[in-house]
Ligand binder design. Structure first.
Ligand code: 13P
Length: 288
């Protein structure tokens, strides 16, 4: 089913798992990402940046996600990642995305609340979910440096006020992760996550999933992380494979011979991550 962030995270909360949110960087890799979820029997959030949505075309992304959700019988959410401009958000909603993120984390607190409220009002009127962000998650996005000079962790008190005032469906928090960290791993601040979880009653979101140690993932899930973003790892795998296949190819050989291995590399990572995210051994803790 083509569905919303609110719906998939509600189910994840019930059974104590997290939903993988994977950044699609081109249309080529998209079908295999959804097939990976199908093979794992799991929901998937496909997310794009504003620029990728414009590059591929919102309607094309919506069409593929919708038709594959129906044909493959997988729960698919199409989410706009890190949008800062209301017009970009409105365009995604009007063209059929089921979830959007308004990233006002760079703004003063009150302004972040005000602008997030405006997004929530428009999105909810259209049945679309909203993710907000508090604190700063630094690093790079799509290879471009983002503002992490004054990196700030999420303050639990602010999180309470933010969630109450904005009515967001999910909250991205800063607990030590960085976007684009693929050569090293980060130290996540679990005590801070526990503090936030104790006072905030919405699904929490991890950004910069590439840089998170896999051994930490279950603890993150047990403490309320219901959306887990992974982008760079897929991008790096696709590009590395493309460098190999295109280096060896004859110019008149069908492109699919070069591109299928790239998509397959992405698919394997998505499957591997989803296996951890579904937290099969952790279900019992929640159900009993
Ligand atoms: P990575 O690219 O570091 O995995 O982060 C993805 C992300 O958080 C997208 O918002």
């Amino acid at each position: 089913m083509y569905t919303t962030l609110k719906e998939v995270t509600r189910k994840a909360e019930e059974l104590n798992y997290t939903v993988g949110a994977f950044n699609a960087h081109n249309l080529e890799m998209l079908p295999d990402m959804i097939r990976a979820a199908k093979e794992e029997g799991a929901p998937i959030i496909i997310q794009t940046s504003v620029d990728t949505a414009k590059y591929i075309g919102h309607e094309n992304l919506v069409a593929v996600c919708k038709s594959m959700a129906t044909k493959e019988m997988v729960d698919v959410v199409l989410h706009l990642d890190h949008a800062r401009d209301f017009d970009d958000i409105k365009e995604a909603i009007d063209k059929g995305y089921t979830s959007v993120m308004f990233d006002g984390s760079h703004l003063p607190f009150k302004e972040n609340i005000m602008k997030t409220c405006a997004v929530v009002e428009y999105a909810h009127k259209h049945g679309v979910s909203v993710e907000g962000e508090l604190g700063t998650i630094g690093g790079t996005e799509e290879g471009i440096h983002v503002d992490d000079d004054k990196k700030v962790y999420t303050n639990p008190k602010d999180a309470v006020e933010f969630v109450r005032a904005t009515r967001v469906d999910a909250l991205a928090i800063a607990i030590g992760t960085n976007h684009g960290q693929y050569k090293s791993k980060t130290e996540v601040n679990i005590p801070l996550l526990k503090e936030i979880k104790a006072v905030v009653d919405v699904p929490l979101v991890i950004h910069g999933g590439t840089g998170v140690k896999e051994k930490d993932i279950h603890e993150l899930i047990d403490n309320g992380i219901r959306k887990f973003n992974v982008g760079t790892e897929l991008l790096v795998a696709w590009t590395k494979t493309a460098k190999e296949t295109f280096a060896e190819t004859k110019e008149n050989k069908s492109l699919r011979h070069n591109i299928i291995p790239c998509n397959k590399a992405v698919k394997e990572i998505v499957k591997h991550k989803i296996e951890i995210f579904m937290n099969k051994s952790g279900h019992l803790n929640k159900v009993i």
